[in-house]
Every structure is written in C-alpha cells, then in structure tokens.
Design a protein around this ligand. Sequence first.
Ligand SMILES: [Ca+2]
Ligand SMILES: [Ca+2]
Length: 88
Amino acid sequence: MRVKKRTEGAEQVADIEAARKAFERYDLNGDGQITAAEYKSVMAQLGDPYVTEPVAQAVINAHDSNGDGLLTFDEFWAAQNKSGEKTA
Ligand SMILES: [Ca+2]
Ligand SMILES: [Ca+2]
C-alpha cells in the first residue's frame, strides 16, 4: 500500500517564498527595504490611490520592529506570521 508523503517542510518553504515574492513586489528598487514611498506607489498601482504617504508610513511603522521607518523582509515576514495577534 502506498501512503501519500507529507511535505510539511516544503509547505513552509512555499509560504516564505510567497512572502518573499510579495515583499519584492513592494520593494521597487530592490534594496531589501520597503519605504513609505514604495508602499504608496504599489498600493496606487494595485488600485488604491487613497493610501497617502503618511498612511503608508503608519502601516510600515506598525510592523517596523527596530523603528528605522523602513520594512525589511524579516519585519515583513514577522508581520505575516503574527497577523491577527496584536501585542502592541
Ligand atoms: Ca526599497
Ligand atoms: Ca525596520
């Protein structure tokens, strides 16, 4: 009898790959950090022109764990993993 192999490890990798793709979509200049200006222009491209730069900065600040005003992939990834659970 054959048992379906479970690839739990692979699923996690797929998740982080998806997150990385999403991150790269926001990181327009590819320097590994998302700025408020980048976030704003991507949201505008996605059809949300109401995200102004102060709004974008507030979104970034909400996930910016080291307080430099920029979002790294680590911070972005942590935000994905703790969505729904607010500790602040
Ligand atoms: Ca960037
Ligand atoms: Ca940061």
